[in-house]
Design a protein around this ligand. Structure first.
Ligand code: C2E
Ligand code: MG
Ligand code: MG
Length: 697
């Protein structure tokens, strides 16, 4: 017998759904109670024994014992089922009758088990009715096919009634499974057929054997009630193999540490939810959640603390989401959530925010107080895709957006996706773009906050696509990195920037230039030679060139990065860590890499004047960086208040739209020329006298 219980208690569920659930459960309870009453009014449980007391008592005992050790089947979501081997004894009673007695024994057994397991009165009432309806339906089918009176007394089973007995068994199985599947389907917003399919996978063989044993058991028990214990052997074998099979099935579909669904089960559920979404025109949300600094916790506090943290995360995720959500652990510190039937993407983002709020509350492991930080990406079907692969990929893209932008939750945005058709088309054009000079450089000035002079510029690449127009680096640098084309771009930018610097120098303009390099360049042992050759060709002093590598770039493979950075330093170029604060590197760690310059990421700077937290972070970063002997650049300065504030805390250099956006060479030169002269300083206009000559040359 399958018994179900939905664990929706205490969890938010959509009101419409919970009404449907209450209505269905109430209906089943009422139907069961009325049916039981009707049967017992006409046939009291103790009547109709017909002198077969021993047989009936033995069967009752067998049924009772069969209920005692159920085989639990956890669906890994809000519901659990169990299979019991009492099915065989219950069916024997259904076949032989009397039904009033069968109902009574089954109900006492269920009540005993439910009370022992502390199930709620509602669940007990539902289980009671579920059994009543199942047994009565099976008896009705048997008595109809075998021409027995429905309320007849005990009647021995005869072999020619085998067909009727098996039909009763199938009815028993189907009614029972349908009742519980319907509850689970309503609670979990799935279709009954889908739940039935999932359940059949678990239960078909076991239930088949239990049903098939009923006629055999009937004949045994009639021959002698004492033969019944012999039947216990195959029943125990069924119990054991079912337990093992279910355990195996559970293991293959669940994460052993957290008990959550694994990737496989998540995919299956997502596929079903998406099919339902296409059928019913509803929306499905998929979220990917990634914990921050998980590796550091594992490394510093040990794997046990890491494991406990993951278990806590799993618990909090489940507790904070609606009962019908599927939460899965995809691996490591990555989790996924599937929520069927969301109203809108706003609702999904709201749920993701609520989930992260629950997640980030501090908790203690042993004596240690930990807080969990995480980022979540949300994609909503069918808006963002209608197959599992696409929707998960897009939730993942959104999660990386959230990480990069230091936002907690991000909804998928196609413009940030490298996998859209537009990106794939760009990919094909990229090589031609690099080789046929469609790339060019723009320069963004860097202002020395101590002197007020523009001392350098950052070279930033642009792609002038023949049909698509101007393309920003954010759109093609990752593409180039993923396809090995970045080396070509870096070489182009480096040579072009050095050529430009030499021209400026010839014109008497003393500037430094910064060039961005990619994490891929850091993995290329030949890269330092390329830089050395470019410098030699240009004849410039190496310290005029600063190479910027992002913090996450350094941290991708620190060992390899160190080797290349060491070689670059030996050449004499300056090294800067770009976008500092967006990755996981500590300043002290970066200092060991012997870098010269730290560029604080613009996400901290743009709100510097408004957000006190950013103010504190920037001030302490500047102090610490100075103590470590680093030069500090603030990028993303967008207003005068920020510029003044940065100057006050002793930040060395500023860069940002407030000074100027990145400009093509000529515009950059004009901009520089138009700057007012500095007080007590040989101003740019004076400096630019030779430069003007250069420009007109
Ligand atoms: P980055 O190196 O951090 O460059 C700074 C980016 O911030 C530039 O975007 C710049 O236009 C933008 N920015 C400057 N001031 C402000 C401001 O005040 N507010 C805001 N909101 N943004 C500001 P851009 O040029 O689109 O470059 C984006 C990123 O692309 C660069 O970030 C860099 O990581 C990469 N990149 C650009 N050129 C190259 C290159 O030649 N090689 C490589 N490997 N990467 C490059
Ligand atoms: Mg940069
Ligand atoms: Mg930057």
């Amino acid at each position: 017998m399958t018994q179900g219980s939905t664990g929706a208690a205490g969890k938010p569920a959509a009101p419409a759904r919970s009404h449907r659930l209450t209505a269905f459960v109430s209906l089943v309870i009422a139907a069961g109670a009325v049916t039981a009453a009707l049967v017992w009014v006409q046939q009291a449980p103790w009547s109709g024994w017909n002198g077969q007391r021993v047989i009936l008592v033995v069967l009752a005992l067998a049924l009772f014992l069969g209920e005692v050790r159920p085989i639990p089947i956890s669906r890994g979501d809000a519901s659990t089922d169990q299979i019991t081997i009492s099915t065989t004894s219950a069916l024997i009673l259904v076949i032989t009758g009397p039904i009033g007695f069968a109902l009574a024994v089954q109900c006492v057994a269920v009540l005993f088990d439910d009370i022992r397991s502390r199930r709620s009165p509602l669940k007990i009432a539902f289980n009671f009715s579920q059994y009543v309806l199942t047994l009565v339906a099976a008896r009705a089918v048997f008595s109809f096919l075998a021409h027995h009176a429905f309320l007849g007394r005990f009647e021995p089973f005869r072999t020619y009634e085998l067909g009727a007995a098996l039909a009763a068994g199938v009815t028993f199985f189907v009614v029972n499974l349908w009742l519980i599947s319907a509850v689970v389907a309503i609670a979990s917003r799935q279709r009954v057929v889908d739940i039935l399919r999932e359940d059949l996978r678990f239960q078909a063989t076991t239930s088949g054997v239990l049903v098939a044993l009923a006629p055999v058991g009937s004949i045994c028990v009639q021959a002698s009630p004492f033969l019944l214990p012999l039947l216990a052997m195959p029943l125990l074998a069924v119990h054991r193999s079912a337990t093992l099979a279910i355990k195996h099935e559970q293991e293959s579909l669940h994460d052993p540490l957290s008990g959550l669904a694994n990737r496989l089960l998540f995919r299956e559920r997502a596929e079903r939810a998406l099919a339902e979404c296409a059928r019913a025109g509803s929306q499905v949300a998929v979220m990917i959640i990634d914990l921050d600094h998980f590796k550091e916790i594992n490394d510093t506090l040990g794997h046990q603390v890491g494991d406990e943290r993951l278990i806590e995360v799993a618990r909090r995720l489940e507790a904070s989401l609606p009962a019908h959500a599927t939460v899965a652990r995809l691996g490591g510190d990555e989790f996924a959530v599937l929520i069927a039937d969301v109203e809108s993407s706003d609702e999904a983002v709201g749920m993701a925010n609520g989930m992260l709020t629950a997640l980030t509350a501090a908790f203690t492991v042993g004596d240690i107080r930990l807080s969990i930080q995480a980022s979540a990406g949300v994609a909503v079907a069918p808006m963002n895709g209608d197959d599992v692969f696409t929707i998960m990929k897009r939730a993942d893209v959104a999660m990386y957006d959230a990480k990069r932008e230091r936002a907690r939750v991000r909804l998928y945005r196609p413009e940030n996706d490298t996998h859209t058709p537009r990106r794939l088309e760009l990919l094909t054009d990229l090589r031609t773009g690099v080789e046929s000079n469609q790339m060019f450089l723009v320069y963004q000035p860097k202002l020395d906050l101590g002197t007020g002079a523009v001392t350098g510029a950052e070279a930033l690449v642009r792609w002038s696509h023949p049909t698509r127009g101007l393309i920003a680096p954010d759109e093609f640098i990752t593409l180039a990195e993923n396809t090995g084309m970045i080396g070509l771009i870096t070489a182009f930018v480096l040579n072009q920037a050095l050529d430009q610097l030499r021209s400026w120098q010839k014109a008497g303009l003393e500037l430094d230039v910064s060039v961005n390099i990619s994490v891929r360049d850091l993995g290329d042992q030949g890269f330092p030679d390329l830089v050395a050759a470019a410098l030699e060709r240009s004849g410039l002093e190496p310290n005029r060139l600063t190479l910027e590598v992002t913090e996450s770039g350094v941290m991708t493979d620190p060992r390899r990065a160190i080797e290349v950075l060491d070689k670059l330093r030996a050449i004499g170029v300056r090294l800067a860590v770009d976008d500092f604060g967006t990755g996981s590197a500590s300043l002290t760690y970066l200092k060991q890499l012997a870098i010269d310059e730290l560029k604080i990421d613009k996400s901290f700077i743009t709100n510097y004047a408004l957000d006190p937290n950013d103010g504190i972070i920037v001030r302490s970063t500047v102090d610490l960086a100075h103590n470590l002997g680093l030069w500090v650049v603030a990028e993303g300065v967008e207003d005068q208040a920020t510029l003044d504030g940065l100057r006050m805390i002793g930040c060395d250099t500023a860069q940002g739209y407030h000074l100027s956006r990145p400009m093509p060479t000529r515009e950059f030169e004009r901009w520089l020329r138009a700057r007012p002269p500095l007080p007590n300083h040989r101003g740019p206009s004076a400096e630019l006298v030779p430069f003007l000559a250069f420009e007109s040359a």
